[in-house]
Write a protein of this length. Structure first.
Length: 406
């Protein structure tokens, strides 16, 4: 059950309890005639003003759509072009006809574009690639089909915003710094960047999405080795009595907490994608990700544990060739870390449904029905029942049993 559904049950229970109180327990004062029950005042009835508990503020906004949180989210990634094009029918059919039940749909993608047409005058108008003509109609269809919708918002990898606002980015010799793939990042130290992404998430919540998933909640990979040559503003973190590593961790953690608090009014769950290896070390200092601190501030944590993305780890020389073993080893570590937290989020890892030819000089390890099911089984055997499947082109393996333990 999602957090939204839990609070609704609590709130409904409070109201029903109040309605069930007897209204005929007022006694007349000694020697005084009984008054007409039809004109009893609140004072005579002994009623008090109903004080709504603060969590109920989460339900002030109502999108008008109603999605039930599945018994366990089992979802696929959907790009903007897929969501707004002919492929959406194919993907919807896949979910309808299998044990899948959710879609993670790009609202803001890796380059910085948003995937729908915003309102006139919106600050996002110049980065819109309106692949999705009518997001509301799309969500209404998903509601009718019982498919749980999650809005993916890429946060700090944002080439468009970085080029438009170099002051919010990292620069070198007066130019916006880009990684080897030509990608630019904006700074997690910037509260203006926080607001830019969270306000977009609010729009997605107003559309009717039930969950906001933040991706690229981090500094660029290998940042520590570039820290002394890049120019950037640390904002309010400049005066902290911490080294730059801890400042990075603090900024990323603070963003996640800020994002969750800002979205509380909308009643949506908040999830974060995170590197899988972050759970296996105290913290990832280069990129500012502390698995435990981020997990304590979200409803769902989604570790990206694609076997292809690990070097030799857990004693496995080539993890891409041993998907079951890699996921099994990871799940044991993650469970140990999460079980130590006071506020434990739901674990919903990203799994691999694609090949990684860059790892091989010869034949590439193929990922099909057996490999996908092996990853899911490894999670299930470690009591992790939720998962998401990644395929960048949204071409998912057919005939997979997504509940192999049943």
């Amino acid at each position: 059950m999602g957090k939204k559904q839990l609070w609704m049950l609590v709130f409904t229970g409070i109201l029903l309890f109040g309605m069930a109180l007897p209204l005929h327990n007022v006694k007349a004062e000694e020697g005084e005639a009984t008054k007409d029950a039809g004109i009893m005042t609140k004072k005579q009835l002994g009623l008090k003003e109903l004080v709504i508990p603060s969590p109920a503020a989460r339900f002030t906004y109502n999108s008008g759509l109603n999605f039930e949180y599945p018994e366990a989210v089992r979802g696929i990634y959907v790009t903007g072009p897929s969501a707004g094009g002919a492929k959406m029918a194919e993907l919807t059919k896949l979910v309808e006809n299998t044990e899948l039940n959710a879609m993670v749909i790009d609202i803001k993608e890796d380059h910085g574009n948003i995937t729908f047409e915003p309102e006139e005058g919106s600050p996002y108008a110049d980065v819109a690639e309106p692949f999705i003509d009518d997001p509301r109609a799309m969500l209404e269809e998903l509601e009718a089909k019982g498919i749980y919708p999650i809005a993916r918002v890429v946060v700090f990898k944002d080439t468009l915003l970085a080029e438009k606002r170099p002051d919010l980015s990292f620069t070198k010799n007066g130019q916006v710094w880009k990684n080897g793939k030509g990608e630019a990042f904006v700074s997690p130290f910037s509260e203006e960047v926080w607001e830019y992404n969270v306000e977009l998430a609010k729009i997605a919540a107003e559309m009717g999405f039930e969950e906001i998933q933040y991706d690229y909640v981090r500094f660029p990979e290998g940042f520590d080795s570039r820290d002394d040559v890049l120019e950037y503003d640390q904002g309010k973190y400049a005066d902290l009595e911490k080294n730059n590593v801890q400042k990075r961790v603090q900024a990323v953690t603070d963003f996640v907490e800020y994002a969750r608090n800002e979205l509380e009014y909308y009643g949506v769950d908040v999830s974060v994608d995170i590197f899988g290896y972050a759970a296996t070390i105290p913290e990832a200092p280069n990129i500012g990700q502390n698995f435990s601190k981020i997990s304590s501030n979200v409803d769902v944590i989604s570790s990206m544990i694609y076997p292809s993305h690990w070097g030799p780890y857990f004693g496995i020389t080539k993890p891409d060739t041993e998907p079951y073993r890699l996921i099994d080893e990871y799940a044991k570590v993650e469970n140990e870390v999460l079980n130590k937290l006071e506020n434990k989020p739901t674990s919903r890892p990203w799994l691999q449904d694609f090949e990684a030819p860059w790892l091989y000089s010869g034949a590439t390890k193929q990922y099909g029905k057996a490999e996908v099911e092996a990853q899911i089984r490894a999670l299930n055997e470690n009591d992790i029942n939720e998962f998401l499947l990644w395929n960048a082109g949204n071409n998912y393996t057919k005939n997979v049993d997504y509940t192999p333990m049943n």
